[in-house]
Design a protein around this ligand. Sequence first.
Ligand code: ATP
Length: 255
Amino acid sequence: MVNNALSVRNLTVCAGSEPLLRQLDFHLAPAERVGLLGTSGCGKSLTAAALCGLLRPPLRVTTGSIQIDGQEMTGRAPAAWRQIRGQGVFQIFQSPSTALTPGRRIRHQLAEAAQRAGADSPPAIANALDAVALDRRVADFFPYQLSGGMKQRVLIAMALILRPRILIADEPTTGLDVLTEGEILQALNTMADETGAAVLFISHDLRAVKVVAQRALVMQQGQLVEDAPIATLGGSRVPAARALAQAAQALETIC
Ligand SMILES: Nc1ncnc2c1ncn2[C@@H]1O[C@H](COP(=O)(O)OP(=O)(O)OP(=O)(O)O)[C@@H](O)[C@H]1O
């Protein structure tokens, strides 16, 4: 039997005694691309942090299970999480600067990923930059010499080299213009096609989610209220899911 890339069961996360995520249950099959949607403050980024082992006190998992590629991760030491981050689960944040080391050229940061993945560094870097449509000369730049969209594409190139089991992209196009947004979404799809990574794409914007994912998870106030194919959200019994579909449709009509 093939393991799910990700299985989340009955996951509850609290800040002190206050539950912020409540009994989340969902899975990602290998290579599946799923959107995680919901309005601001519903718990999307907390979910991403929990799935990457990045919750810090007072936040903690109080019940439930997170399995990555069949491996139980709840209750594991920070060292076990560090080991799985990168090739087990790779996260792209809204602000890519936090994931890149400011004083190191892009080439060295990508070479480190290649070494970790056991790949031949110069060709792996060249192929990854080509795949995300970045000029190969970008390898000689420092992060401060790149735009936000270029940094985001460098991180996707890093994922291409590391070939993670799961990629979690948390609002990776927020604040970018629509053309750059399109390039990032395209690069994400190329990465997923080439590596077979499962993708959890987090956004409040169904229009962006639709470019990457076929299925949507909808959150509301820390709970999962819908898990359905994107094409069916407009007819969902869940008002929050219908509202997302209607908002996307209204924008498409205007634009
Ligand atoms: N360290 C923390 N301590 C206490 N509460 C927190 C902490 N981090 C987040 N929260 C709370 O958890 C809830 C969910 O926050 P989260 O950042 O996951 O929302 P989100 O859905 O990602 O929102 P947005 O779309 O605006 O980024 C919010 O009510 C927030 O105030």
